[in-house]
Design a protein around this ligand. Structure first.
Ligand SMILES: NC(=O)c1ccc[n+]([C@@H]2O[C@H](COP(=O)([O-])OP(=O)(O)OC[C@H]3O[C@@H](n4cnc5c(N)ncnc54)[C@H](O)[C@@H]3O)[C@@H](O)[C@H]2O)c1
Ligand SMILES: O=c1ccn([C@@H]2O[C@H](COP(=O)(O)OP(=O)(O)O[C@H]3O[C@H](CO)[C@@H](O)[C@H](O)[C@H]3O)[C@@H](O)[C@H]2O)c(=O)[nH]1
Length: 432
């Protein structure tokens, strides 16, 4: 099948590459010329484990190409995916300008029937808006389908190829048949596709992300109360996670959820509810708790140094919002850096993949280290912001030797509290 993917970011590039891998002819379109040039020269533009190898294979076998020209990209395509940004607008609602701009462009240039698929995360009613924007100028038949994406960064290829479910919102029989054909290779592997109406599909995406963000936030509050009552959140997590009604996953307390999705999607659902005159109380609480949770360790640090961080140097391990990605959107590390710099401290950071992105945003406001050891040199304390595997079994003797104080603030509960005590560290973690 010939398909086009408009927007070649995390979702678009993974979608395009994976559909090429299942035998389709895929053209990816992006307005970012530098990005398209890089992709055309055979280089992937994001860090995503497992992507490069299938990207190279499909480029080599001429099933995957890239262009900045929308009309050229969609020529003859049966399915056109919109994998465009939907960032939060000033009022918290998803900003649909990118999606609706492309929809408007498509109206002018569609030459044959196509299924236009909203893969971006978009509020209820967007499929209708996209339909109207195309219909303004379209001279051919088309359908608009909602097919939200549930992949996680860092394991995006696996999530795409082995999805726990694919959700497709459409009431068109013609579009249903085409989407069934497109997803058939995944269905044959036992991955379920759930068909529903467009609005339910759109809301399913927000409900999933908001539920998960709420689950994490609930555990962060359990962690906070563990600290006050002398319990250990790791034990509580194990104790409740074995109940299959609760489940083991997404119960890890830490320094709040970040990334390009949870923060904006929780906010957008709360705003959609408000617009419908519904006060979604849980979501408002989730956002409030997450805001304070992100810089929770600053209280411990300030307490230790008696509210005087001026001139102190803090080693920071981890900048990405989570491991196995170079994505720093809404990363808790950035909020901690901001608080540290505001208090007059210096930051020496190390991250395996995200330093270039932070450099682009913060420039020389912080020091970038070549490896975890270099970040420790002459620092007063170590803060851990991301649970990259490389931080899990460090040389504690070296940490102690390099730090001016044996002080570790661990936002991801990587080490055993007792072990750290035995080693002579002052160790702050979350909920233990
Ligand atoms: N990142 C994730 O893990 C993830 C997972 C599921 C869903 N989503 C949703 O998918 C959507 C895309 O997210 P993303 O992380 O891939 O975004 P991204 O910012 O990484 O990529 C979007 C791309 O669209 C391009 N673009 C903007 N305007 C364009 C236009 N007019 N024509 C062609 N290209 C254009 C940008 O240059 C960029 O490369 C969002 O709605 C997001 O909420 C993201
Ligand atoms: O037990 C946990 C699990 C996650 N997190 C944090 O939650 C955030 C999001 O993590 P994760 O969900 O793994 O990353 P994303 O790549 O943002 O993926 C989420 O957002 C995507 C975009 O909508 C969805 O497609 C995915 O299904 C959804 O998991 C990160 O800051 C994590 O550190 C925790 O604090 N504790």
């Amino acid at each position: 099948m010939k398909i086009a993917v408009i927007g070649t970011g995390y979702v678009g590039l993974v979608t395009g590459t994976c559909f090429a891998e299942t035998g389709n002819q895929v053209t990816c379109v992006d307005i970012d010329e530098a990005k398209v040039k890089k992709l055309q020269s055979g280089k992937v533009t994001i860090y995503e484990p497992g992507l490069e190898v299938i990207f190279e294979r499909n480029v080599k076998q001429n099933r995957l190409d890239f262009t900045t020209d929308l009309a050229e990209g969609i020529k003859g395509a049966e399915v056109i995916f919109l994998a465009l940004p939907t960032p939060p607008g000033g009022d918290g609602a998803a900003d649909l300008q990118y999606v609706l701009k492309v929809a408007d462009d498509l109206g002018h240039i569609l030459e044959n029937y196509a299924v236009v698929v909203d893969k971006s995360t978009v509020p209820v009613g967007t499929a209708d808006k996209v339909h109207a924007a195309i219909a303004n100028n379209a001279k051919v038949d088309f359908d608009v389908v909602s097919n939200p994406e549930f992949l996680r960064e860092g394991v995006a290829v696996d999530d795409f190829m082995k999805p726990e479910r694919v959700v497709i919102g459409t009431q068109s029989e013609r579009a249903t048949k085409i989407m069934e054909r497109l997803y058939a290779p995944l269905v044959r592997q036992g991955n379920p596709v759930i068909f529903m109406d467009e609005k339910s599909a759109e809301l399913t995406k927000y409900a999933a992300n908001s539920f998960l963000a709420t689950k994490i936030t609930f555990m962060n509050e359990i962690a906070n109360i563990c600290e006050l009552l002398g319990a250990n959140v790791d034990m509580v997590r194990k104790g409740i996670g074995t109940d299959t009604r609760i489940g083991k996953r997404f119960l890890f307390a830490g320094i709040g959820y970040g990334g390009s999705c949870f923060p904006k999607d929780v906010q957008a659902l709360a705003k959609s509810a408000k617009d419908a005159n519904y006060d979604f109380k849980i979501l408002n609480a989730v956002m409030e708790v997450n805001t304070t949770q992100k810089t929770r360790l600053m209280d411990n640090l300030n307490g230790y140094f008696k509210n005087d961080l001026k001139g102190k140097t803090i080693a920071m391990w981890g900048l990405a919002f989570k491991p196995n990605t170079d994505d720093i959107r809404e990363a808790p590390a950035l909020y901690n850096i901001e608080a540290l710099l505001a208090a007059g401290a210096k930051v020496q950071a190390y991250d395996p993949e995200a330093m270039e992105n932070v450099k682009g945003q913060l420039g020389d406001k912080i020091v970038y280290s070549k490896n975890p050891s270099e970040a420790l040199k002459g620092a007063d304390a170590l803060m851990i912001m991301t649970e990259w595997p490389v931080f899990r079994t460090p040389d504690f003797n070296e940490i102690k030797k390099e730090l001016k104080e044996p002080l570790i603030l661990d936002g991801r509960n990587l080490y055993e509290v007792e072990h750290m005590k035995e080693l002579g560290f002052t160790y702050f973690s979350i909920g233990r």
